[in-house]
Design a binder for this molecule. Structure first.
Ligand code: NAD
Length: 227
């Protein structure tokens, strides 16, 4: 079975109503990234950080997978498919994709500030001050903030290196180290970018499909299934 790896970014969830950063001109839903998505922000104003992610979680829960998320699931009939996503939403899983690796964490989970291996599902919409892990430390969102290590990076690079086909969708390739993953793909792999706008840098050997994910991905999926 040939292996397909999909590298997805915020753009694939845009048609589900979840905004990308770039939609909002450097802000994320009217917040400055430095104020809500960095370890410094957590030290300075934990309440604001929790509020920001509580709002995002509510939006994610209300959103539904779109035609792009759903089409990618069909690929599993014919290929071994791995989704490596920068997204913190669960729309790939809710669409039905079986192997999803979240590089930047998951908004529906919390984790201990004492032991990063203690990860919990957030049952309600909110995570608030005073909610603690089993060791007694405050829980934080299970998110990789700007300036933090990306623990899944090495495994993601391994997955990309084994791809026969690589599809890059909805990412500007501007956020590192995730953007560097495209460099691990084999020169022999077939490579596609689906994006209505240009991406950062030159991607030698990639076929650029200039379309929104909701149109470009279902078309590409049909082409790959027929090939
Ligand atoms: P990004 O750097 O991946 O940029 C968004 C890209 O999506 C742009 O290239 C844009 O042209 C493209 N795009 C916009 N609409 C599209 C569509 N309909 N179809 C296909 N492509 C489309 O993403 P970002 O917004 O800069 O986010 C970077 C980080 O922020 C992510 O790595 C993630 O951790 C976080 N984030 C996550 C979500 C989410 O989980 N849904 C949303 C916003 C931000």
């Amino acid at each position: 079975m040939k292996r397909i790896v999909v590298l997805s970014g915020a753009g694939i969830s845009a048609e589900s109503g979840l905004k990308t950063f770039r939609d909002s001109d450097g802000l994320w839903e009217n917040y400055r990234i430095e104020d809500v998505a960095t370890p410094q922000a957590w030290k300075k104003d934990r309440r604001l950080v929790l509020q920001f992610y509580n709002e995002r979680r509510k939006q994610v829960k209300a959103a539904k997978p779109n035609a792009a998320h759903l089409a990618l699931v069909q690929l599993e009939e014919k290929f071994e498919v791995h989704i490596v996503t920068q997204n913190i939403d669960d729309l790939h899983e809710r669409a039905g994709s079986k192997k999803v690796l979240h590089l930047h964490g998951e908004i529906l989970k919390s984790r201990s500030t004492m032991d990063p291996h203690l990860v919990y599902t957030i049952e309600k919409h909110e995570l608030n001050e005073g909610e603690k892990c089993e060791l007694g430390s405050q829980l934080r969102p299970h998110i990789v903030w700007f300036g933090e290590m990306v623990p899944a990076l090495e495994y993601a690079a391994y997955i990309v290196s084994r791809a026969d086909i690589l599809i890059v969708v909805g990412t500007s390739l501007a956020v590192y180290p995730a953007a560097g993953l495209v460099n691990y793909v084999s020169p022999e792999a077939n490579k596609y970018v689906v994006n209505p706008d240009p991406v950062v840098g030159e991607l030698a050997g990639f076929k650029f499909i200039n379309a929104k994910a909701g149109i470009g991905i279902p078309e590409l999926v049909q082409e790959l299934i027929k090939s």
